[in-house]
Design a protein around this ligand. Structure first.
Ligand code: CP
Length: 367
């Protein structure tokens, strides 16, 4: 049984297969109207959402299935202290597949290890948002006709922006991608993404604080919101919140066919006047997310039929030998959850938390 926790869970061939399936759904929606008849999707949303939750629900309904779930954790037994593992195990008794959003990094992974049905990560803290990335890949494919040989600029909150981390990881698997990182100093892309994705794949990238400077060279501009909810210091948020605002005037600096993407919601980082520019594709992007979620639900339900066994982590694991220091990690609060690190680079002495992927050195292990 497969779950989707992060984009590397799928091969490039599988990503291409999902894109092909989503394009087929767009062309022939009637052929899929009964594909999930009798199946139930459970949406477990411990954080606010408009697009992800509603597009998952629309996706399942358009496949002929039905939907149960909650969108406010205060109305679930999580408010009484129920663990993520227990909640997922119980929801498995009522549904065939789970889409879960949680503020704790690694929570969907924990759910996937206790559920008896596939679990889809619908966003976990600042860690990953793989179904947004699936919709982003379909959008790039439909807007540009390809996923390779593109210069992609990411602008705004590159530090906490889980959509940015997931999309960079996905693009790193295609040929000829150049990345331009546009952010204030305080919101630069974390080193672990730079080292483990960009540098590991020898992906060319540049960093700048100037959107105007970067704009003329871009095929795609991926704008992001400065996320108030990720800041511990409200003053820092106030100082940074208006760092970048894309206006019609700035759009004059861009190529005639540059695509503007945004995972949405936006606050004020794209002027509403840009919406009527044909290069603005963020509302098409939101719609594409639904088609990719349809393709994903079909794939995971099909795979669960063939192999109902839960996938286990591979490789060398360190159990309760190192404590994760990420305060946003699910291991910081989930009942009796083992602290598990996976050795990712034995020679370099590097391991990563199995839940949130925070990096530690093996030498930190307790004797
Ligand atoms: N892009 C995205 O995840 O939007 P929501 O938070 O509204 O789901």
């Amino acid at each position: 049984m497969r779950s989707l926790i992060d984009i590397p869970d799928f091969s490039v061939a599988e990503l291409d297969e999902l894109i092909a399936c989503a394009n087929d759904i767009i062309r022939n929606p009637d052929a899929y109207r009964d594909a999930c008849r009798g199946k139930k999707l459970a949406t477990m949303f411990f954080e606010p959402s408009t697009r992800t939750r509603l597009s998952f629900e629309a996706a399942m309904l358009e496949l002929g299935g039905s939907v149960i779930g909650f969108s406010d954790p205060e109305t679930s037994s999580a408010a009484k202290g129920e663990s993520v593992a227990d909640t997922a195990r119980v929801v498995s008794c009522y549904a065939d597949i789970i889409a879960m959003r949680h503020p704790r990094e690694g929570a969907p992974y924990v759910a996937s290890q206790s559920a008896t049905i596939p679990v889809i990560n619908a966003g976990d803290g600042g860690h990953a948002h793989p179904t947004q990335t699936l919709g982003d890949l379909l959008t790039i494919h439909r807007e540009k006709g390809r996923l390779d040989h593109l210069t992609v600029g990411f602008c705004g909150d590159l530090k906490y922006g889980r959509t940015v981390h997931s999309l960079i990881a996905a693009l790193s698997r295609y040929e000829g991608i150049k990345i331009v990182l546009i952010s204030p100093e305080e919101l630069k892309l974390p080193d672990y993404v730079k080292l483990d994705v960009l540098e590991k794949c020898s992906m060319p990238y540049t960093e700048t604080a100037s959107l105007e400077e970067a704009m003329p060279g871009l095929d795609i501009l991926y704008m992001t919101r400065i996320q108030r909810e990720r800041f511990t210091d409200p003053e820092e948020y106030e100082r940074l919140k208006d760092s970048y605002i894309l206006t019609q005037k700035k759009m004059e600096l861009a190529k005639a066919d540059m695509s503007v993407m945004h995972p949405l919601p936006r606050v004020n980082e794209i002027s509403v006047k840009v919406d009527s520019d044909p290069r603005a594709c963020y509302f098409r992007q939101a719609k594409n997310g639904k088609f990719m979620r349809m393709a994903l639900i079909l794939k995971l339900l099909e795979e669960a039929k063939i192999n109902p066994e839960r996938e286990k982590p591979e490789g060398e694991l360190l159990v309760n030998e190192i404590q994760c220091r990420n305060p946003r990690c699910i291991s910081a609060c989930e009942q009796e959850l083992d602290h598990v690190f996976k050795v990712t680079d034995q020679a370099g002495g590097v391991c990563r938390c199995l839940y949130c992927e925070s990096k530690e050195m093996i030498q930190e292990r307790k004797n």
